[in-house]
Design a binder for this molecule. Structure first.
Ligand SMILES: [Zn+2]
Length: 223
């Protein structure tokens, strides 16, 4: 552990500020706070203004709508996906992304069209960690194919993210062209809800045939 006791108050404050921690208090409090932050991996707070990462410029999330057969959606083919991945040194591993897609790793799939691009937003579940999922953004030009992608995973930094989450979302875009439909965890849940809805019950109790009558009918057949 770093010897914070030897640092000046202003040095300690700079250190705390960079971790997004409170900077008020006397030296001992500041030292103890820094030590606590060290022990707890900075409590997952984001350091302030440290190496700002690339972020795509996106429309407001309230503009996005779930994609369905009536959605105006760009034509994206497997070749477009390969064309995007190739310069990044990545092949489209269809088997692997098809597997994630078929297992409904995509939680939802939404899009928005602005003046010169389509935006796709999805969320892909992590394979190894339950309760973890990554937002994926894709920008598709009207005439120039896939322009930008980003993902929240460790290797998903935009604008040229090419992790398997991005690939799965791009695969889903291709699926829409083929099926006018994208399967997600949400569509699965919606189908389940429909399935579980109680159906109107047309039979009344009086239409039930008493067991004695069935036995009589069976008997009469054997006569
Ligand atoms: Zn990713």
């Amino acid at each position: 552990m770093k010897d914070y006791g030897k640092m000046t108050l202003s040095q300690l404050k700079i250190d705390l500020k960079s971790r997004g921690a409170k900077i008020s208090g006397r030296k001992r409090e500041l030292v103890e706070r820094l030590e606590a932050y060290d022990r707890n991996s900075n409590f997952n707070t984001q350091p302030e203004e440290v190496n700002k990462e690339y972020e795509m410029i996106l429309p407001s999330s309230s503009n996005y709508k779930d994609v369905n057969k009536d959605t105006e959606f760009p034509v994206i083919t497997y070749n477009d996906v390969r064309f995007y991945l190739q310069p990044l040194g990545k092949q489209l591993d269809i088997e692997s992304v098809k597997n994630l897609y078929d297992q409904r790793f995509l939680k939802y799939f939404r899009s928005y069209k602005d003046s010169d691009s389509y935006f796709v937003r999805s969320e892909c579940k992590a394979e190894m960690r339950k309760n973890m999922s990554y937002h994926v953004d894709v920008k598709i030009g009207f005439n120039d194919g896939i322009k930008e992608c980003q993902c929240e995973c460790a290797v998903g930094l935009g604008p040229t993210a090419h992790c398997k989450h991005v690939s799965t979302v791009l695969y889903a875009c291709c699926q829409f062209l083929e099926n006018q439909f994208i399967q997600t965890e949400e569509t699965c849940t919606q189908q389940l809800q429909t399935f579980h809805q109680s159906k109107p019950y047309y039979h009344t109790i009086t239409s039930c045939v008493p067991i004695s009558r069935i036995l009589m009918m069976a008997d009469s057949r054997h006569v």
